[in-house]
Each structure stands twice: as C-alpha cells, then as structure tokens.
Design a protein around this ligand. Structure first.
Ligand code: ADP
Length: 489
C-alpha cells in the first residue's frame, strides 16, 4: 500500500512554497517561487494576491506531480504570513486591490487617532493586541476608504476580506469556503480572545463590515476540498506562520516556548486554555483551536535579528556571508567592550520604542571587525533575555527555549543564547518547523493522527541541546553593559 502524503502550502512574505510530507514527518519535496514586493511609497508594502495564487498553484502542481498524482495526497495544510489583508470580489474571486502586507505602516495615523481617543486599553483587553498598523483591521479600513473598487464591492454585498490562508482556501474551493482559522483571526484586532466570532463593537470601531469577514474555524478539520489537481483533496490544516512553528516545535503544553530567528525574532509561549493578558506589552494570541476549544500563546516580537547580520553584510560590508559571523565571533575572546543595540527600525517587544535608533557603543582602538560582529550576535541574545524577563513577569517563565529560523544555524549564537538566558537551548535537526506544524495540523484534520500530541510523537525528529555554561559574573557584566547601552538609544 502506498502511504498517504500531506501537501503543505507555506505562504511566506518573500516567497511561496509547496512541500510534501509523509505522516511520519519526512520531507519528500519542495517547490518555491519568490514573490514581488511592491514598495510604492515609504512605509508601504504590498503584494499582488493574484501572483500569490498563481505561484501557489504552480508550486503545488510540481509537488502533486512529485507525489505521483492528487490521489496520493490525503490532505492540504496551509501556513501563512499573518495579518496581511486581501480584498476580493466574492462573485468573481478576483482581487480588488493590492494586498496590504503586515509590514505596511500606512495606517499609523489612524492607530494614533484611536489611541488618542482612549481606545487602546479596551482593545488590548479584548483582543490581546495593541493599536498598531501591524494588525489587519486598520488595513481593511484603509482599503475601504481609499480603493473605490473595495468600497463599491462592499456596497453591492460582494466584498470578501481575509488573511492569506482565507484567500487561498476561497480560491482552492472555487468560492465554496470563506474561512479563517482562529489563530489567524486573532491577529486582526476584530476577534475577542475568548469570543467564538467577530466582535460587532470592534467591527464598528475600525469601520469593517462584518458581512465581508470569513467564518472563524478550527485550525484542523475539513475546511473544503479542491478539485484543482485532478482528484479531490481536502483542506485540513490552517495556521499563521508563527503558530505553525510553535506547533512544529512541539510546544503543546503550557510553558513550552519557541523562538524563531529569521529577519526578525518571534517568541511564542504556550499558555494552555488561559487567555493571556500581558502587563508587559507582550501580545496575547490564539495558538490553535481544535473542536472549538482554544489554546493560547503569549507572543513577543523583535523587529531586527537576522536583518542585523544582513546589514553588516550588505551596508557595512563587514562580512561576505551571514555564516561568516560565526567564525568571526569565535576568532576573538570577548567583545572588547563593544555593544551593538540593533534598534535599526525602532525597538519591538518588550520596549515598543518606535523612535529608538541603533547604536554601537564601547568602541576603542582595541575593537576590530570581529568584535563588532560578535557584539551584533550578542545583541540577539540580549534581546532574547529582555523577552525572557517580560515573559517571566507575565507568569510565563521559560524553562528551556526551542529555537529555529535561518539564524539558529549559528552554533556560536545558540550557545550564547543559552549562556545569557541561563537556560538550555534546543534546536531541532529539521528546522522547517513552520511547514512541519502545518503538516501536523493537516494530518490531525485528515485523521492520519488522532491528536496533535500523536502527530508530535510521530512527526518531530531529533534535536541538539546547548547547555548554559557561562560564569555568572561574566553573564552579569554582559547584561549590565547591554542595559546601559540600551538606555542610551
Ligand atoms: P526569513 O524567514 O525571515 O526570511 P530566515 O529564517 O530564512 O528568514 O533567516 C534568514 C536570516 O538569518 C537572514 O537575515 C540572515 O542574515 C540570517 N542568517 C542566516 N544564516 C546565519 C548564520 N549562520 N549566522 C547568523 N545569521 C544568519
């Protein structure tokens, strides 16, 4: 008997991918296409939803062929860049405007207006989020106010809004399903953390017509079927990328925490069935919803992580390749007093200081390129430690940290994070945790595994551990130097 396969559609910010997994978590193939980024004005970031769809289908077709036909595929799982908004016409399935990407800051003034009017505390209490352009609702409002086709479709009752998973499921099912999983929905500012569906008061506040929104559904189940690839394939798993990575890291029990170090760094801690209310400017979010029951997470995002290494490479030309940072860090005994504060685009959690800018402090004639590069990597550990303190203050103390993302390949950094947080750091051998998490949800939705715990046992492989080994006085000195440099930016 041939084994069933799971097709994962991994919709990133810079690329779209399709990947094939077995129910044992083995990767059988990957197809990838880059996505065009449209930066039409400073602070604006747009995607063409039609391009996302076309490239998704192209990647998926490659993988269906690799599988030996659609009949071999038991389920589709989707994972996606979160918060990005697509507006389309329900009748034609055509996009009505460019998609506004999560990074897009055009609604900053609207957010400020709402904050000045005193809405932030109530919004935070209900949704777990902050009034920031990052989240979807103000982007929906902008589209209604500024794109005549969107406003016209709303008047005619034909407007559909959704995040990327919602858009793809609509197209995959030929318009039969307009859904969003609770995890993605919890990033819009329109879903109460503890409410089953959209909140009419929040829809009013942001000026978003509830009729345009998708139905809020579980993260695993049967969300529709697609006939696009020659045989019917059910869509069985949906999750935003950070939620999927948390699941793919096996953080299924309260307290289990992962950090993804890519362009930025995203830390999520499982909070079980308690809706988290941060007092330290972390976010409360839905990790997954199964059988209508929610599991929550506390989240902290750092804007600059791997992008700091890219900046050292491309703008300062201190290194030629990102992985050269490891060799350089190892080539010196310490940082020679150099501290890098990577506030190149402000500071995210737990500081939320949009106006802060980066700094390199402690320079002397003893400082070399290697010291600056080492200090840049050390900054990633220090930012992680600041998040660890905020999580602990919110009652979500870490006992170990599971890491992934492009930067986690750096062994020196992994050890430094363990040293500075004084916690074991665990890195999976298979680092594509986002896609794996989506495959796990799809496997559960399709009944290939009975529960996420069973999927975890069957699909997650080996790990490497980094134990903390730094002398305490050295650690204290590093933390003190960081706090001093941070206070000065
Ligand atoms: P994203 O998914 O956000 O595009 P990735 O997870 O692919 O990012 O990670 C890429 C980032 O990791 C880049 O910013 C790069 O500078 C950084 N990076 C990759 N390899 C290393 C390394 N060995 N050491 C330090 N940084 C690295």
């Amino acid at each position: 008997m041939t084994e069933p396969l799971i097709l994962v559609l991994d919709e990133g910010t810079t690329s779209t991918r399709a990947m094939l997994f077995t129910p044992a978590g083995e990767l059988r193939g990957t197809a990838q296409r880059e996505l065009t980024q449209h930066y039409s004005r400073p602070g604006w970031v747009e995607h063409d939803a039609g391009e996302i769809w076309d490239k998704t289908v192209a990647c998926a077709r490659e993988m269906v062929e690799r599988a030996g036909g659609a009949g071999r595929i038991a389920a589709i799982g989707v994972t996606n860049q979160r918060e990005t908004v697509v507006a389309w016409d329900r009748a034609t399935g055509e996009p009505l405007a460019r998609a506004l990407v999560w990074q897009d800051r055009r609604t900053a003034a609207f957010c400020e207006e709402l904050r000045a009017a005193g809405h932030e505390d109530a919004v935070r209490e209900t949704t777990g989020l902050l009034l920031d352009p990052y989240f979807s609702a103000t982007k929906m409002r902008w589209l209604l106010d500024n794109e005549p086709a969107v406003a016209e479709a709303a008047r005619a009752g034909r407007l559909a809004f959704g995040t990327i998973e919602s858009w793809l499921v609509f197209r995959l099912t030929d318009g039969a399903a307009h859904v969003s999983d609770a995890g993605n929905a919890s990033r819009t500012l329109l879903l109460p953390l503890t409410g089953a569906t959209w909140d009419s008061g929040l829809c009013d506040l942001f000026g978003v017509p509830p009729a345009a929104l998708p139905e809020v559904v579980d993260s695993a189940g049967q969300f529709g079927t697609t006939a696009l690839f020659g045989a019917w394939i059910p869509i069985c798993g949906l999750a935003g990328d950070q939620q999927a990575a948390t699941i793919g890291q096996g953080c299924l029990a309260p307290g289990e925490t992962k950090a993804t170090y890519g362009t930025g760094a995203f830390v999520l801690a499982n909070k079980g069935s308690d809706a988290p209310r941060s007092r330290n400017r972390l976010l409360g979010t839905v990790l997954h919803q199964l059988g209508g029951r929610r599991c929550y997470a506390l989240e902290g995002s750092v804007f600059v992580a791997g992008s700091l290494i890219q900046w050292l490479r491309d703008s300062l030309q201190m290194i030629v390749r990102a992985d050269e940072s490891e060799e350089l860090a190892r080539s010196v005994e310490d940082n020679a007093g150099v501290v890098v504060v990577p506030a190149l685009s402000g500071l995210g959690a737990p500081h939320w200081r949009a106006e802060a800018r980066g700094a390199i402090t402690g320079l002397s004639f003893a400082a070399t390129r290697a010291h600056v590069v080492r200090a840049a990597l050390e900054a990633i550990s220090h930012q992680t430690q600041n998040l660890a303190d905020a999580f602990a203050a919110d009652g979500a103390e870490w006992t170990e940290l599971r890491i992934d993302g492009g930067m986690s390949a750096n062994d020196w950094l992994a050890q430094d994070i363990a040293d500075i947080t004084a916690l074991p750091v665990v890195r999976p051998d298979f680092v594509e945790t986002t896609a794996l998490g989506a495959a796990m949800l799809a496997a559960v939705g399709a009944g290939l595994h009975g529960s996420l715990e069973q999927a975890c046992a069957a699909m997650i492989g080996g790990t490497r551990r980094f134990e903390p080994a730094m002398a305490n006085d050295l650690r204290k000195a590093r933390l003190a130097a960081w706090e001093k440099a941070l206070a000065a930016v």
